[in-house]
Design a protein around this ligand. Structure first.
Ligand code: GDP
Ligand code: IMO
Ligand code: MG
Length: 429
């Protein structure tokens, strides 16, 4: 029986809680696959009192008998990959048996990281706030048709190809004021390449499509968020890949008519890490309280996340672009500290226009959010385990969002742990 691939992706600026929910849903799937991004991602999973952060390895890895695939759309840093695998060793996880890497996945070289840092530095005040993991320069080389791919490491001429590309990078770096010691990082890199060779390097698109044909259930795990998408995000303050549903097709080799459910995940409020526009950002005490209560510090870089109220024009936009069929709302527990909850329903543009469109001018124009206020629940909810037991004010908040967004909210997350998750409407049926 031919199956379709479901996709889970973030609808805001990343860190919505994708890792937690992929891990939660994983038992219902046979395969979990990453389709874009790289170690800029930090996906947090919590269970049995332990917190894990995954960067490149899919979040199905802690479940037995689930195949995890790193797809062709990903940019892989072998050094970080080795560290991630080694960190899993102590939990007795048979990573090698359950993890496959597409040969078409692009490799992040040490010089890509140097270039990332040099480009950011040169941007001065306009810097993007990149995670400095080499993501942008690696995708640049991919598009320039000169990148190195995982499959290349099996070739005898790998070192030659590597040297040729590094030579180009060093030439570019010579125009910047950068200091580096390439020798040390190169030996770590080649060590990690040997390590990577011990994994199953596969034709990912054949593997995924044959799994679908055999009736396997596949979940594609997005990284970053839709507002960081290279085409549709707040350009140029974005990442360098398509973080939206179409990225799952090109990043894994799955045809659009083989996409099933699209799970859109969002926080009950909104955060952003790095530079760029954020219309509902709070600079007051409320923002500081949200950040503290939500423990809003980046899982990859430790940077504080900017915080603000939920933004419906942005969510409507990303639901449209992704074709979201079900919504999952995260971190509702964080809003328990407020007596009143604000929801941005529209944007007011400098010319006075009020609209719920996420505009092209998002980066250059001062956008004023138009808020609706709803009563908060203002009591602890992190121990509630069924929908009916939720406070009425939270149920009204959910109802209001569903009416506005026109998509059912089928998971409500009330804490970081796997168990703090409420399902509705038979989402896993
Ligand atoms: P991802 O990148 O989308 O996987 O998200 P991150 O892991 O970067 O950030 C989400 C953070 O929120 C992590 O620290 C999670 O442990 C935490 N988290 C996830 N869901 C919830 C929730 O419902 N409530 C609270 N309080 N924390 C949550
Ligand atoms: P997960 O998967 C939040 C942000 C960076 C920066 C911009 C570009 O954990 O949700 P890059 O390193 O990609 O060139 O940085 O994108 N960014 C993220 N923000 N969550 C992420 O991933 C992110 N990955 C990149 O902060 O603003
Ligand atoms: Mg994250």
């Amino acid at each position: 029986m031919q199956n379709k691939m479901d996709v889970l992706l973030g609808l805001q600026w990343g860190d919505e809680g994708k890792g937690k929910i992929v891990d939660f849903l994983a038992p219902k799937y046979n395969v979990v696959a990453r389709f874009q991004g790289g170690p800029n991602a930090g996906h947090t999973l919590e269970f049995d009192g332990i917190k894990h952060v995954l960067h490149q390895i899919p979040s199905g890895i802690f479940r037995n008998d689930i195949i995890n695939i790193i797809g062709n759309g990903v940019v892989l840093d072998p050094v970080i990959f080795k560290k991630e695998v080694e960190a899993l060793d102590k939990y007795n996880i048979d990573v090698r048996a359950n993890l496959f890497v597409s040969k078409k996945t692009q490799l992040i070289l040490p010089t890509h990281r140097l270039l990332d840092a040099a480009y950011e530095e040169a941007k001065g005040k306009k810097k993007i706030g990149s995670t400095l993991k080499g993501i942008g320069p690696t995708y640049q080389d991919k598009v320039a048709r000169q990148g190195l791919r995982v499959g290349d490491i099996l070739s005898e001429s790998f070192k030659k190809k590597y040297n040729k590309l590094v030579e180009k990078h060093l030439e570019i770096l010579s125009h910047y004021n950068t200091e580096y010691n390439l020798e040390a990082v190169e030996s770590e890199f080649f060590n990690a390449i040997e390590f990577l060779k011990t994994f199953d390097l596969i034709e990912g698109e054949y593997k995924i499509n044959s799994e679908l044909s055999a009736g396997s259930k596949i979940l594609a795990e997005g990284a970053q968020g839709s507002l960081l998408d290279i085409d549709f995000g707040s350009y140029p303050y974005v990442t360098s890949s398509n973080t939206t549903t179409s990225g799952a097709c090109s990043g894994l080799g799955v045809a659009p008519n083989n996409i099933g459910e699209v799970y859109g995940i969002f926080k009950a409020y909104c955060t952003r890490v790095g530079g760029g526009p954020f219309p509902t950002e709070l600079f007051d005490e409320d923002g500081a309280r949200m950040q503290k209560e939500g423990n809003e510090f980046g899982a990859t870089t430790g940077r504080p996340r900017r915080c603000g109220w939920i933004d419906l024009p942005a969510l409507k936009y990303t639901i449209m672009i992704n074709g979201v069929t079900q919504l999952f709302m995260m971190k509702a527990d964080v809003l328990s500290i407020f007596k009143t909850i604000k929801v941005c329903t529209h944007y007011k543009l400098p010319d006075g226009t009020v609209s719920d469109i996420f505009p092209y001018e998002i980066v250059d124009q001062e956008i004023e959010p138009v808020y609706k206020e709803l009563p908060g629940w203002n009591i602890a909810i992190d121990k509630i385990d069924e929908f009916d037991a939720l406070p009425e004010e939270l149920k009204s908040y959910i109802q209001f969002l569903e009416n506005e967004l026109k998509v059912p909210i089928n998971i409500i997350s009330l804490g970081p742990d796997r168990t703090q998750t409420i399902m509705r409407n038979g989402v896993l049926a």
